[in-house]
Design a protein around this ligand. Sequence first.
Ligand SMILES: Nc1ncnc2c1ncn2[C@@H]1O[C@H](COP(=O)(O)OP(=O)(O)OP(=O)(O)O)[C@@H](O)[C@H]1O
Length: 876
Amino acid sequence: MGKTADSRATGARPDPVRSFNRWKKKHRHKQSQKKQLRKQLKKPEWQVEREVISRLMQNYEKINVNEITRFSDFPLSKKTLKGLQEAQYRLVTEIQKQTIGLALQGKDVLGAAKTGSGKTLAFLVPVLEALYRLQWTSADGLGVLIISPTRELAYQTFEVLRKVGKNHDFSAGLIIGGKDLKHEAERINNINILVCTPGRLLQHMDETICFHATNLQMLVLDEADRILDMGFADTMNAIIENLPKKRQTLLFSATQTKSVKDLARLSLKNPEYVWVHEKAKYSTPATLEQNYIVCELQQKISVLYSFLRSHLKKKSIVFFSSCKEVQYLYRVFCRLRPGVSLLALHGRQQQMRRMEVYNEFVRKRAAVLFATDIAARGLDFPAVNWVLQFDCPEDANTYIHRAGRTARYKEDGEALLILLPSEEKGMVQQLLQKKVPVKEIKINPEKLIDVQKKLESFLAQDQDLKERAQRCFISYIRSVYLMKDKEIFDVSKLPISDYALSLGLAVAPRIRFLQRMQKQPSKELVVSEDNKVTEPRAPSLTNDEVEEFRAYFNEKMSILQKGGKRPEGTGYRPDSGISDKEEEEKEDEEEMDEKLRRAKGSPLESVPSSEESQKDREAPAQFLDRDDEEDDDGLEADFFKVKRHNVFGLDLKENKTLQKKEPSKSSMKKKVTKIAEAKKVMKRNFKVNKKITFTDEGELVQQWPQVQKSVSKDTEEEDDAGGINLDKAKERLQEEDKFDKEEYRKKIKAKHREKRLKEREARREASKRQAKARDEEEAFLDWSDDDDDGFDPSTLPDPDKYRSSEESDSEDMENKISDIKKKQTMRKRNNSEVEDAGPASRDRKKTKWETLEPLDTGLSLAEDEELVLHLLKSQS
Ligand SMILES: Nc1ncnc2c1ncn2[C@@H]1O[C@H](COP(=O)(O)OP(=O)(O)OP(=O)(O)O)[C@@H](O)[C@H]1O
């Protein structure tokens, strides 16, 4: 307490000078701070930004990959960091850690990492930073191009870009097929970051005025190996031609291209190769469990159905090799009602539908998506539990991408591959080579639900479904037939008729190319070595034969492209919509058949040039992908025909009954337009039949086709012999012109005359009808005369009216009128004695008598009456 009293005594008087000095110091500091802040605020925003940018750029060189765990460890702009944080991206993944720094330093990067490892952000972050560094504005135009192989992937990338880059002021655009080109063209010039598919981009490069990429800073190829394969070769070469050589290029994929040729095409400068999982034990995510089952082709549908029935609460993707399989099996499975919601995604759908399906599958917790390989790459559907590969993928890379739709970014997932016995060895070997750990599991036969009977009954009731089943059948056989790897895919080992039955088809549709291969239609039953009669199997094809077809198709595609028909715009790209080329395709059918025949018959004629063959060998996927994803109808129609045929050794009797039951193919055929017919006729050089008749004078007259009249036919023939004389030709044309005009005038006159005659006839008819009506009226008057002895002239038709309308008819009329008048007078006279009359007639009579002068006879009334009676009697 005492201590307190002391201190109070000493501290109660602080030195006022000292405290003033302290206050003064504080005040001065505050003032200088305020001054500095004011100075800072006075700086224009761009200057502040520029200072920040230069500070960031200085830090690029200091990036140490080993020290980076978060995005904020990179020298990134506040706007990008904010966007990442808002999207809940904080920690970096391995590929992001290793590539973002290199990309910020302006290097060309080739990045490869497992599926679902975050490659999208690995290129989107550098994209945003590149334009930020340059303070890019909409006036600067296109700064970055991001190319994706499919529309869905482009859309997904665009959405991530929007999310992460929302704090920046750049404009971004999504340019994919299936939308209005004009609408896109109006906006494309103001876009800074363009996410697109190759075909559509090239279409804009070709067709949109003012669209250019001269300012381009960065090119990104997502799924680069796919973009650079032969499927997009021509398109990509044309695109690259339009891009400036001085730019940064980033390539990303889970299965990166190592082809030097590809990289040379892109003119990369000292690219940095980043293979994140190169030394990893497996090339697929560790959280992905992978199995395969082996089953017969005819069992596959039942296996799928049984699988779905036992995974009702799961989200699964089922991959098929063609659109038509997806189309048919999706429909049929919807009818089977497995108890889980089904969706289908393939290249033949309308763009709107594709987007709807995509978004629906993203939203759903439990659903099954039937898809072609358009969904195989890059798509990031959340929480997919299962990936089922119903048809064997064409190679291990396709397998990796398909399976990678599950087990993404630290999540678990399962993949199941269905293999045919003939596919097992080759495929499993390939997968193991690619470090894909797959284990075989067995189907529990007790759990297998056979659905074949149900499918048969569906098809019996629904013709459309049956046709789909037939198309599905052919499509599948074709896909196997055209697969490059003959070690795995052997069409001769397929139990074709059993497969048809499993689809619900009583009889397998005819496959023309296979039949041609067989060439011996009678050898439908094959006798095996142990003398057992076995089912016929499809003939096998040599690699060379397949190459020939591929080469032919490639040739055809490039011709179409050269002809100004750009792949995507016209429906020849995987990411395009449905093309409207049926007519042309029909037309080409003959040509294809011919090619096929030649390919088999005289190889020398059809073997493509070595260069072409080489190309095709390098890129087997090109034709298949394009074909599967969008042009199923078209190209298939070129090779295959669905026809009832005795392919599988059914005896004639049985076949006949079947033919009776089944409507003939001709009735099922697509409508052929007149144009297509006409083109065909012209192509075949057919001559149309002439119809020639003779006149009474024995003159020949060609009735069909009509011959054009001409004044100077002979002269023309003369001239033709000696070349074209322009003056004469001019004269002749003028004469022809006159002649034509005269002919035309004559025709018009004749037409008018005919019209006038018709009108006259109609009037005559009308007047006849009126006359008849008057006769009836007359009859009526006759009848009324019983009561009325007066004559009313107003009941008569007006002769003037008739004269004015038609003089020629008036004479008859007048005669008739006079007849009627006469008759009336007669009747009047006869009936004048009748006194009683109706009120109306009495009035009329009154008016008549009122007009006459009264006659004074000088007699009495009774005498007058007597006189009148006497006169009347004497008259009659
Ligand atoms: N740093 C991150 N933090 C959290 N999640 C991330 C991160 N990076 C990516 N992801 C998430 O991981 C998932 C997969 O990412 P992404 O689609 O980029 O993979 P990918 O490597 O491109 O796959 P694919 O090879 O199949 O194209 C996405 O859902 C994404 O949101």
